[in-house]
Structures are given as C-alpha cells and as structure tokens.
Design a protein around this ligand. Sequence first.
Ligand code: GLU
Length: 417
Amino acid sequence: MKKEVFNPFTVVHEQLEACAKILGLNENVYNILKRPMREIHVSLPVKMDDGTMKIFQGFRVQYNNALGPTKGGIRFHPDETIDTVRALAAWMTWKCSLLNLPLGGGKGGVICNPKTMSSGELERLSRAYIAGIWKYIGPEEDIPAPDVYTTPQIMAWMMDEYSKIAQKNQFGVVTGKPLILGGSPGRDEATARGGLYALQEASDELGLDLGYSTVAIQGYGNAGYNAASLAKSLFGCKVIAVSDSKSAIYDKDGLDPEKVQKHKAKTSSVKGFPGAKEISNEELLELKADILVPAALENVITAKNAKNIKAKILVELANGPTSPEADDILFAKGVHVLPDFLCNAGGVTVSYFEMAQNFAMYYWDKEEVDKRLARKMAEAYHSVLHHSKKYSINMRQAAYVVAVGRLAEAMKLRGWV
Ligand code: GLU
C-alpha cells in the first residue's frame, strides 16, 4: 500500500475553505489566497570542502503582498518541498495580517542537511541562495529571516551577499541578524517570548496559575529552548519534559533549561541528560502536563494522538504542528489552542521592529522591544478570543477569520477583487 504523504499545503486549503464558509468570503479573494503570488525556484551549485560540486535546490515563495512587502524565514532542511514552503508562506501571510503588521507573507527553503555541512559550505550555500534570488528581494520588497536550521550568522552572510550585489550596505534586507549588524535586541528569543505572552493572556482567561503549572516542550532549538528558559524565569513554570530530533527526556521534579542547553551544546542532543528519564517523542506529547509546546516541525498532533493529549493549553510555537482532524478533536475536548500563526508571531513581530530600526537608523533597548511585543501579542490574542466566542469556532478558525478578513479588506480597497 502506498504511504500517504503529508502535504501541509493541502492543510492550508482545508483551513482556508472552512474560513471562507464562515466569512462568506468573496470568491475572488478566495481564489487569490489559494495560491502564491510568485514563486522563485533556483538551482545552486556549491563547491564542497572535498572539492566536489553539489547542486542544491532552493525556493522562495512570495505568497501575498496586499498588506506590504512579503516577509518570512528561510529553512535549511533535508525534507523541504515546494508545497511545504507554499504552506509556510501562506501561514506567514495570515500571521502578519493577524498581528496587524504592514507586511505580506513569504517563505524560503533550501533542500540540504546543515548538520552534515561545514561552516564554509553553509556560507557558500547561503551566498549562492541570495545570488539566485536577489532580484526579487529587498528591504521594501521581500525580507527573509531565520527559521528551522538557519541562524543569525547565516543572516549576516545573506545580508553581506545582497549588500555586495547592491554595492551598498543594505542591513534591512534580512532580519534576525546579529546585533552588531543591525539586529534587534530580543529578536533571538522573540518567538518563544511572544508565545509566552499569549500563554499569559490564555492562563488569565482560563484561571490557570502558571506558577504551579507543568510544561512539556517538543523541540529544543531556538524556540524550544527559549520557551523552556522563559517559562521558568518569567512565570516559575516547572518544565518536566523536553525533546529534540534524537530523544526526549523527562523529570517529574522539573528540568533546569540552562543545564539541558549546556548538555545539548556539548553532546549535540538532550539525550543522556543526567538524572532525567528517557521517553519517546510520542510519550512526551501525551504526558500529563498543563501546557504542551510543540516547537519543532509540522504534523505532530494528528487524528492518531489528539484524543490522548492531556494538556489544558497547547502553545504552538512550531508552524503547522496540528492537523485539521486533530483540531476538531482538541476543540471537542476543550483544549485551549494557541494556534501557530498567533502563538509564534513574536518572531516576525520583532523582525518588523528590526526593520523599523534599520530604516530609522536608530536602535531601541530590549525593554522597549519586549514591551511593544507584549502589547502586540495581547491584542492579537484577544481579537482571536473575541471572534472564537462570537462565532463559536475554534481559536484557529477565529485567527483565520481575523487575518483573512483584513486581507480581504485590503485587496478590495486596492481594487484587486
Ligand atoms: N521564521 C519565523 C516565522 O515563521 C520568523 C519570520 C520573520 O521573522 O520574518 O514566523
């Protein structure tokens, strides 16, 4: 029997269709939002350290720019596909709209395995990618950023390559840069911090005391680690389980996020962390924890395991972690879902702050960034909650209603529909 391959762009279509029904969406708006405005496909020859040439495939999808220049990260991942990038670009479009940012949505991806590449190889690949797409990006056109397996260092190489081609410094062409090259204070932890600000609003709504709450986190990259660290330091939550692609670890008395991070830096995994019990990734998702944080990849909460989820609040720091069938099950069970394009919007929100600082040539301090981020996340959370109650729909559908409603208004005013 042929194995069914998960396609996140099909999920986007299912979600958009449901939203179109709720909103009675104009057919032209619906048809525009069903597909990307523009796609760039590039083949990238890169010289490897052993002297051989390797050809990598890269994509940049500019999904919709009705609200402003397209914006979104670049993933370096072996399983990248054009449909994954399309889906992520659509979610970026909804995300920027939901947060009321003057930005459209886009996403990039390169099929590669950064874990097996040297720093020199990664630099040459990053530069080749920008050389391939430079004509279609720019501080007022399309602004890439970090995502899965791309880092501030990679952003620095990309900004430098674009600046060389433009023959002038163009710090504003990518965000998520190192601080010294026009990065914003707080951008490194912004995805997690934004999610935790949304969680704070949600816990007030549900009457949950975060100081007595337990947390399980799937993924220990930028989002996962910062979520663990901030959940403990901001609210005093007990982080009882974390995982990465190799292992999951559990300690009912609570893990020390900083010590786990040090262990991971030394051994390249959370596996074998002293004193913790090893569990499977599946067990982590089904643990008895008040808060569950998927902070890795798509499609981890599905029809198969949704009924076993015991968390009260689902903090979706990953993009697309929950399938539409799982959404229905979680809604029926009363799990309060903070949907991805609300919950992880802190990253792009601080990227937008970074753009504003780059344009103004004037830099803010971290308190200013955090304060503005908190306000943005709280506003977005409450508008989603309001629509969820108004239409008796789940939080993801409500987020769609707000985001797509704004896009429809912009496109109508622009005379596109
Ligand atoms: N990659 C992040 C996301 O999925 C951030 C995008 C950005 O900062 O432009 O939202």
